[in-house]
Design a protein around this ligand. Structure first.
Ligand code: SAH
Ligand code: SF4
Length: 419
């Protein structure tokens, strides 16, 4: 019979071993709000609700929001009493209920090249336990100053070349903790009207601003903390406040495909994709999330990202791992894969960390790779690591959260990157 199956005749096929490598880990700590919350990072709507909640009459809310917004984001006020256009009475009520606190700065390091790194302390869910720490890096260039922000403490994903992925503990940052990193940078750089400006030869000299660009390339996967990142970018881009245009804000994702359309629709920043490999078998290993969202799906999401043009391209990040993904054939495959997508390519020299099995590609190899990429029409592809002397370069950012629980597992982080 044509429909019968002759099982005996079926070729013996070995069952592939189940893939047991961890794609993502789950421990997500909760954020526990302090008794007096900070107003930093609230959207205009949330700020309005907060004001209504302390008895500001509905007819006044909009005007009060505008006043507070001005003092917080244009003037950098750290105390309500500085807000001289707000009545004394309201200032006192505000101070009873809220603060303008930023994340606590535990340490500041300034590199010889002007790169600055701040170690910031954030509260943990359990009051008795050590607080969390994240780092925020400022990379000045002549014509711009780029701030690299974290979106999570640690990361639930496990990219095999990234030290943040080895960090056990993960907590999503609140919008105020993300915007708070910008506030800290502007506080420390003296970038508020009337403040004393930081002095350093390496600071931008063109234009009058010090923080001009933002990259969400610090700790964490921003699309796994979508709402907070969206709201924080909304505050950063507000034209009556910090006014950092969305064209100067880049969100880097390891490829959370279903969230990419939402990022396009609701955030509207520039997009960077951590590609690192052009074949699924290799990318599965480097970026295990690829097993859930393979390259073809990722590329389609990129093609569909709104507003792409030659002036508005997606950045593809590609970490150079010796003998793994760095051959000229890999470069050709990369160029082929990106065909038709308005793209920039950033080759990132791998920054090793203790215990990693990877090595950074030899410089010669990086040059050969970049030549193929260059010949295909992509400019300036290699990112120069910055702030090496203060360990702020890619993959070297260190949070002491993990160091405290497992000393040898330094939580090093990928950051210092310029657009
Ligand atoms: N989670 C997001 C954003 C943070 S990581 C993402 O993965 O895109 C920022 C960039 O640093 C990513 O491209 C990441 O792959 C890269 N990176 C991580 N560890 C690195 C290391 N040790 N050396 C060089 N780049 C690294
Ligand atoms: Fe997380 Fe990005 Fe590191 Fe991957 S590379 S583990 S997504 S921070």
């Amino acid at each position: 019979m044509a429909t019968s199956l002759n099982l005996d005749a079926a070729p013996a096929r070995p069952t592939p071993p189940a893939d047991t490598r961890v794609l993502e880990k789950t421990p997500l700590e909760r954020y526990v709000a302090p008794e007096k919350p900070s107003l930093i990072g609230l959207s205009r709507a949330a700020l309005g609700e907060a004001l209504a909640g302390i008895g500001v009459p509905p007819a006044q809310v909009k005007m009060r929001v505008q006043q507070l917004w001005h003092w917080i984001y244009l003037r950098g006020a750290q105390e309500f009493d500085q807000m001289t256009s707000v009545s004394k009475e309201l200032r006192a009520i505000l101070a009873q209920h809220f603060t303008l606190a930023r994340p606590e700065v535990v340490a500041e390091q300034v590199s010889v090249d002007g790169t600055r790194k701040w170690l910031l302390r954030l509260p943990s869910e359990h009051p008795g336990e050590r607080p969390h720490e994240v780092e925020c890096v400022y990379i000045p260039e002549v014509d711009r100053g780029t701030l690299c922000l974290s979106s999570q403490v640690g990361c639930t994903l496990n990219c095999s070349f990234c030290h943040t992925g080895t960090q056990r503990l993960v907590r999503n940052l609140m919008p105020g903790e993300i915007v708070g990193q910008i506030m800290v940078a502007r506080d420390r750089l003296g970038e508020w009207p009337g403040a004393e400006r930081a002095r350093h030869d390496g600071l931008p000299t063109q234009g009058d601003r010090l923080v001009t660009n933002i990259v969400m390339m610090g700790m964490g996967e921003p699309l796994y903390n979508f709402e907070a990142v969206r709201d924080a970018i909304g505050v950063a881009a507000d034209g009556d406040g910090l006014s950092i245009s969305k064209r100067r804000i880049t969100l880097s994702t390891s490829g959370v495909v279903p969230m990419i359309p939402r990022a396009g629709a609701e955030i509207g920043s520039m997009l960077a994709v951590s590609l690192h490999a052009t074949r699924d078998d290799l990318r599965n290993e480097l970026v295990p999330l690829n097993r859930k969202y393979p390259i073809a799906e990722l590329m389609q999401a990129c093609r569909d990202y709104p507003g792409l043009s030659n002036a508005r391209r997606i950045t593809f990040e590609y970490v150079m791992l010796k003998g793994v993904n760095d051959s000229p054939a890999d470069a050709k495959a990369l160029v082929k894969l990106l065909k038709g997508i308005p793209a920039k390519i950033n080759l990132i020299p791998f920054n090793p960390w203790p215990g990693t099995k990877y090595e950074c590609s030899d410089w010669e190899q990086i040059e050969k790779f970049s030549e193929v990429v260059f010949n295909a029409g992509y400019a300036s592809p290699v990112r120069t690591p910055r702030g090496r002397d203060i360990l702020a370069a890619c993959g070297q950012l260190k949070s002491t959260t993990e160091k405290l629980s497992a000393r040898e597992r330094l939580a090093l982080r990928a950051m210092a990157m310029t657009d």
